[in-house]
Design a protein around this ligand. Sequence first.
Ligand SMILES: [Zn+2]
Length: 235
Amino acid sequence: MKKGFIHTFCGQGNARDSTRLVYAVKIMIYDVTVPITNTMPIWPGDPPVELVPMSHESRNKTHIVNLTAIAMGSHTGTHIDAPFHMIKSGKRLHEFSLEILVGKATVFEVPGVRSIRRADLEGFDWTSVERVLFKTDNSAHWWDGKFYEEFVYLDAGGAEFLVERGVRLVGIDYLSIDKFRSDAHPAHFIFLTKNILILEGLNLSAVPGGQYTLYALPLKLEDADGAPARVILVN
Ligand SMILES: [Zn+2]
């Protein structure tokens, strides 16, 4: 996780008396994307990540040209689930407007729970929350590189609550929003049947709860059931 500061200086001039007001706006950028590596945790049974460095000499033999052969599943690391991930005639990722994936987002912290339930959500202020990301104890489990089976998930009651609140995108800080080894995938179905996008595999460990602007930009894979995304939060 990398934090970055951008200092933007905006000048406001007055041509007549040449006074000049200069003020600084500090922007904080949180990169909440998990790095894609050959040793990253992946969902058991998913295709392994294989980044294979390749190179060849330039035609005039003055330099080496490096590239990488990439193999991985579409739900690797930080990624977006489209309805077609679980619904036969569901929408594919390219059918969604980027307008859903860019905009105001709220990070709610839900520490110390095994699952997020309706009762855990009712106490938050949901006024004009369209995109919500949950920071749980999961975020602390990215560091050891192993797949963490006991990850915190959203239960069906919690998912129904978010639908009632009119949320359009839901994010969580591990590789599924449903419980590990769930057969029915209730939260996936509750959201995906309503074209609510799911953002999985976030690392929110450095992000305090609060309001941000989300940029979640998936690879532009045609007809995709999901795709890895670079996700940042800005405030
Ligand atoms: Zn997924």
